[in-house]
Design a protein around this ligand. Structure first.
Ligand code: SAJ
Length: 420
């Protein structure tokens, strides 16, 4: 049904998705405004980090099935996977989707399918359809001609876990929300090319809300765990033991408290629901507030430990106190620092005026935001040897493997339950 597919946006979702189609011998034209990304992909390399993706991209570029460019070209199906951040005041910023629609409008032709994959507030697919209709009055769109429109449009959210994208793109079930039955049918046929999970059909608005609901569900449940961790700290109860015990109940499944919620999805998407209905989205907003507060709470714990060091007169002033921060990434065993609470806490610890020692086994170079505080990433061994206070921020596998060494340290703040 579709031989030429265009992917608009070659980031964390767009590039792996484009690669999957290309690996099934579809001709894929990848489009991105970032010239560096385009050049890198055309050399058969990748500009993002995702396990197993590099080998696949190299193969499909070499075989000629994937080609990247900065300018859209005609295709039979267009998929849009561009960022949807929020502006100040937590309002969704749809400017990237609007720019993508402006870019593809001139090359659209009768019979094309347009799929939006970007996480979006409810109603965005209808807006996209209107932007396209405004740009191309010579073509008909679903809001005008429904099933018989020249251009069919659907919303099909991605739901893959960073770090497992290649595997989950194939195995996860996929929600297919057409603006019309025809669009749903066409989009399902397209994804069947590589998706082995179920292709579950619905309408565009429900599909938009489904994506937001999934990430809000996780955010609310992490907030519950984080709130418990702060209550238990005050009540002198080990929250990780408590959660293990409570989870023995057949209908209880509490998630893990941590340093906060990072990444580019769960910390963002719930705000789109709040923005749609601020009056009624009370739990969803509160969960965001609890999770956003957690890094500050961890910082307060560090300040207490620094005061303890100073009170013992081991050091004269705060600038003599050395604090080791174990982990910088937004979750375990990845190198992704986007919206990372661990990075935020580390930066705030350093700005207290103490000597900060950053340990992150998954990256080699110190992130820019920490460069003015220290010169390099330390090894765990170095940090444990030097630090007065050790703050565990991410539960990396390498830290779990060294837990007995870490436990020997006198002043430990464990925000992730590494010590059990
Ligand atoms: N976290 C906790 N406690 C937990 C689980 C996670 O504090 O028990 C923290 C992590 O450390 C991290 C944050 O939450 O900072 C988010 O991590 P995550 O692994 O829950 O999720 P992401 O952001 O990597 O990916 C999510 C996934 N959504 C859901 O699981 C519902 C993924 O399937 C989505 O595709 C992705 O968002 C997305 O792109 O929207």
């Amino acid at each position: 049904m579709f031989d030429t597919i265009s992917m608009i946006g070659l980031g964390y979702i767009g590039l792996p998705t484009a690669t999957m189609f290309a690996s099934r011998k579809k001709k894929v034209i990848g489009v991105d405004v970032n010239q560096h990304a385009v050049d890198t992909i055309n050399q058969g390399k990748i500009h993002i980090i995702e396990p197993d993706l590099d080998i696949l991209v190299q193969a499909v570029v070499q075989q000629g099935f994937l080609r990247a460019t900065t300018k859209p070209e005609p295709a039979e199906a267009f998929l849009i996977a561009v960022p949807t951040p929020f502006t100040d005041g937590h309002k969704p910023d749809l400017s990237y989707i609007k720019a993508a629609s402006a870019a593809i409008a001139p090359v659209l032709a009768k019979g094309n399918l347009v799929i939006l994959e970007s996480t979006s507030p409810v109603g965005t697919t209808e807006k996209l359809a209107q932007w396209l209709a405004d740009a191309r009055p010579d073509l008909s769109f679903p809001q005008q001609k429904q099933e018989s429109a020249d251009i069919q449009i659907a919303y099909c959210p991605e739901r893959v876990l960073p770090g497992k994208v290649v595997q989950e793109l194939v195995s996860n079930d996929r929600v297919i929300g057409g603006m019309t039955r025809t669009a749903t049918f066409m989009a399902a046929a397209l994804y069947k090319t590589f998706v082995q999970g179920d292709l579950v059909e619905t309408n565009a608005r429900t599909a938009e809300m489904c994506k937001l609901t999934e990430n809000s569900f996780r955010d609310v449940n992490i907030a519950f765990a984080n709130e418990l961790s702060m209550i238990c700290d005050r009540l002198d109860i080990n929250v990780w033991e408590l959660i293990n015990l409570a989870n023995r109940h057949p209908r209880v499944n509490i998630l893990q408290p941590g340093a906060g919620v990072g990444g580019h999805c769960i910390a963002v998407d719930p705000w789109f629901i709040v923005d749609s209905d601020p009056e009624q989205a009370r739990i969803i907003r509160m969960a965001r507030e609890v999770n956003e507060h957690k890094p500050q709470w961890v910082l307060e714990k560090v300040k207490i430990s620094i005061a303890e060091v100073l009170s013992k007169k081991i050091n004269k002033s705060i600038s003599d106190v050395k604090v080791a921060c174990l982990g910088l990434s937004f979750k375990p065993d990845i190198d992704d620092l986007r919206e990372s609470p661990a990075l935020e806490i580390t930066r705030n610890i350093a700005s207290l005026g103490c000597q900060m020692i950053a340990v992150e086994p998954n990256i080699k170079l110190l992130p820019d935001s920490l460069k003015k505080y220290c010169s390099q990433i330390a090894t765990l061994e170095e940090a444990l040897g030097l630090a007065d206070v050790v703050c565990i921020l991410v539960k990396h596998r390498t830290f779990i493997d060294s837990v007995n060494e870490i436990k020997k340290h006198k002043l430990l703040i464990d925000s992730v339950g590494l010590l059990g």
